[in-house]
Design a protein. Structure first.
Length: 496
């Protein structure tokens, strides 16, 4: 086969597979094949003799063509992706290789261009570019390699994470983990994307400053030519405001439910208190009215001793009524924050003795005695004597109320290493039901055992707790392992 035959076959092969054109040294078209006419939409007659600039799209700078002529003039092929304009005005892309040929004198006499249609590829690339641009505009985008090392982040990612791009690139994505999600979530993510599926979840991340933010996240895995995962792309949307609103609504609902329960509990406690209080107030008032009515009715006929009994009963009922009113006033004053402590150096035994003296008749009537475990030397501390006296009186009254006849009430007084005053009173009575120990000091709360007949308003211990708290101390109750209850309090040695 001669050279001319070989060239002819080469030309036929090119014409079958490629878009071929030829120009002379001045750029005038001297040959085009059918594929060139098809893609350019020009018939051959309209192309022959025309300058190749007829097909220019205007999208390339002049420097590109200058570079082309310089390259081929050096005897090298020039290769580039070129955008041309068809006769209808539409654009098409061709992967172009241009070679210059010379005559016998060495001068360039023609240019041969061999092209491949890459329009679909370029349109797809352009679509991907526009999609990426849209994602970068609207979404928080990041990419990692197969090991989870960050290889790309957009501006929105930097903005929400508060990290600069330089601080993120090359770091493992775990840098952003908030620690609020279980490891199983990430295991599920890797398993899902390894199956060729996209993984979607609401993820809580941590910023550089340490604050938390939420992103609605979709992660997709991409593979190389061998089918191995070589990168993960994450597309995120900021949902922090939404999550905070959901949390606020959830907390508001929980608070409303808790408030409702507390309100119902308080309302029930108030109802129970008022039912008991109405009885407590009416009983002495009925006594006062009844015995005063007897006295008025029989003032002319009754003996002086009988009238004396009437007056005595009226006096006792009045004292009981006054005690109830005082408790109510004391609690109201404390709740309003109007209690003022009068702190003075005081002997604790003096306060205890005064309280015991006030209750001496009640103790005598029941055959009760008191044993005191205290140091031989006086315990001097700085506190409000009237307030602490009221606490001890309330605790002692409570112990008397529940103690069986002819039993012993034991009192322990000491100072600890910090010079705090420690007081404890133990009786051998009914004890406190376990489910009532926690709220025995609450206002309007009565022990179920009190309701059985021991009497009381349920205010004394509530008042005592407030007084101890005003002294920056602590008061509590517990059951004696043998029998009865133990009431204790600790107050610091108040400074001036």
């Amino acid at each position: 086969m001669n050279l001319e035959q070989q060239l002819l076959e080469l030309k036929q092969a090119l014409d079958t597979t490629s878009i071929v054109a030829m120009t002379d040294a001045k750029g005038s078209i001297t040959y085009v094949n059918d594929k060139f006419c098809e893609i350019s939409q020009y018939p051959r007659d309209e192309l022959m003799g025309k300058n190749h600039s007829l097909l220019n799209s205007g999208t390339h700078p002049k420097t590109m063509w200058t570079e082309m002529y310089r390259t081929v003039s050096e005897g090298k092929p020039w290769h580039e992706q070129v955008c041309n304009r068809a006769k209808s005005g539409s654009l098409y892309w061709v992967d172009t290789t241009i070679i210059a040929y010379r005559d016998e004198l060495g001068k360039i006499n023609r240019y041969v261009g061999i092209r491949t249609d890459i329009t679909k590829q370029k349109l797809l690339e352009q679509e991907l570019i526009e999609q990426n641009r849209a994602l970068d505009t609207t979404s928080i985008v990041a990419m990692t390699d197969a090991r989870g090392t960050i290889t790309y982040v957009n501006d929105k990612f930097c903005q929400i994470s508060q990290y600069s791009r330089d601080e993120l690139l090359g770091q493992n994505h775990s840098l952003l983990n908030s620690g609020t999600h279980p490891k199983s979530m990430w295991t599920q993510m890797y398993r899902t994307v390894s199956q060729g599926k996209s993984w979607h979840e609401q993820v809580c991340n941590r910023t550089k400053a340490g604050t938390l933010y939420w992103v609605d996240t979709t992660i997709v895995a991409y593979r190389d030519e061998q089918g191995k995962i070589n990168r993960y792309v994450g597309i995120r949307t900021d949902i922090t405001k939404q999550k905070l609103l959901e949390q606020a609504l959830r907390e508001a609902k929980e608070l409303a439910e808790k408030t409702q329960i507390q309100a119902e509990t308080a309302n029930q406690a108030k109802s129970d208190f008022l039912a008991n209080m109405s009885h407590e107030l009416r009983t002495p008032m009925h006594g006062i009215l009844s015995f005063s009515a007897f006295g008025i009715k029989k003032i002319d006929t009754a003996k002086r001793t009988k009238l004396g009994q009437y007056f005595t009963n009226i006096h006792l009922s009045g004292e009981r009524l006054l005690a109830l009113i005082n408790d109510l006033l004391d609690l109201s004053k404390i709740e309003a924050g109007k209690m003022v402590l009068n702190l003075k150096e005081t002997n604790v035994m003096t306060v205890l003795n005064n309280c015991q003296l006030e209750q001496a008749q009640r103790m005598h009537d029941l055959g009760l005695t008191m044993e005191i475990d205290a140091p031989d030397t006086a315990i001097i501390a700085r506190f409000d004597a009237i307030g602490i006296g009221q606490v001890i009186t309330n605790i002692l009254s409570n112990a008397i109320k529940f103690s069986p006849e002819n039993s012993v009430i034991r009192v322990t007084i000491k100072q600890n290493a910090q010079q705090a005053l420690c007081f404890s009173m133990k009786d051998s009575g009914l004890g406190i039901p376990e489910n009532e120990i926690e709220n025995v000091f609450d206002a309007f709360i009565q022990s179920s055992k009190t309701k059985t007949g021991a009497g009381g308003t349920g205010l004394g211990l509530a008042i005592s707790k407030k007084i101890i708290q005003a002294h920056s101390g602590r008061i509590w109750a517990e059951n004696n392992k043998d029998k009865g209850a133990i009431f204790s309090f600790i107050i610091p040695n108040m400074t001036g």
